[in-house]
Write a protein that binds this ligand. Structure first.
Ligand SMILES: [Fe+2]
Length: 203
């Protein structure tokens, strides 16, 4: 695999599959199992959402704790149709250091390849529980997805378009600056590696 890939500007779809970049899904699942034996998902007490951070702000232990694993977003909570801001902003560009538990794993290799190709913020392993949904919301920046465990009932909806992202090692950047949702309509938990992408290819 080439370590540097060509990212197109202004992709025509809000779901952009990165060309010439594919990871080994078996290795990824194998090392996910190893991580899950050592680490628990941080649920923040929020229903159906949980995360394991991969990187941190050097010297800042709190950068992987509490609401720093979620971050700010905007949502339309009720019939008034008015937008509301939730949670707090994150200093994404400061998240440069891989957490020690990922050293020597396939996650480290992926982290390094992604870092070469994208301006990254937080990188997290995100859990979406079976038969659950997020809110209808928008984020400050696009997200890069590498599905690890998924099922055909897992779909991301961006405005009026819904797509399933397969767990086959491919990398998809999604335009999360538009209103979107993710739902898992299956009966198995979904797990994605998700990174914040600080240079927006959709602009
Ligand atoms: Fe989102």
């Amino acid at each position: 695999m080439e370590s540097v890939v060509n990212i197109s500007k202004n992709p025509s779809s809000d779901f952009y599959t990165v060309p010439d970049l594919k990871f080994d899904i078996d290795k990824l699942r194998f090392d996910l199992d190893k991580i899950l034996k050592k680490k628990k998902f941080n649920s923040l007490g929020i229903k159906n959402f949980a995360a394991i951070p991969l990187n941190k702000i050097p010297g800042d232990k709190s950068s992987t704790e509490g609401h720093n694993v979620r971050g700010t977003y905007w949502t339309i909570p009720d019939e008034t149709g008015k937008e509301a801001m939730r949670d707090k902003p994150i200093e994404e560009s400061k998240y440069t250091e891989l957490l020690p538990e990922f050293k020597g794993t396939y996650f480290e290799e992926i982290f390094n390849i992604l870092k070469k190709n994208f301006k990254l913020g937080r990188v997290r392993i995100l859990l979406k529980e079976a038969r659950s949904t997020l809110s209808w919301h928008r984020d400050p920046e696009p997200r890069l997805h590498i599905p690890i465990i998924t099922n055909l009932g897992c779909r991301m909806v961006i405005e009026d378009v819904s797509k399933h992202m397969p767990a086959d090692g491919t990398v998809t950047i999604t335009n999360n600056t538009k209103y979107h949702n993710f739902f898992n309509g299956g009966e198995q938990n979904r797990i994605h590696l998700v990174a914040c992408v600080l240079e927006n290819p959709f602009n």
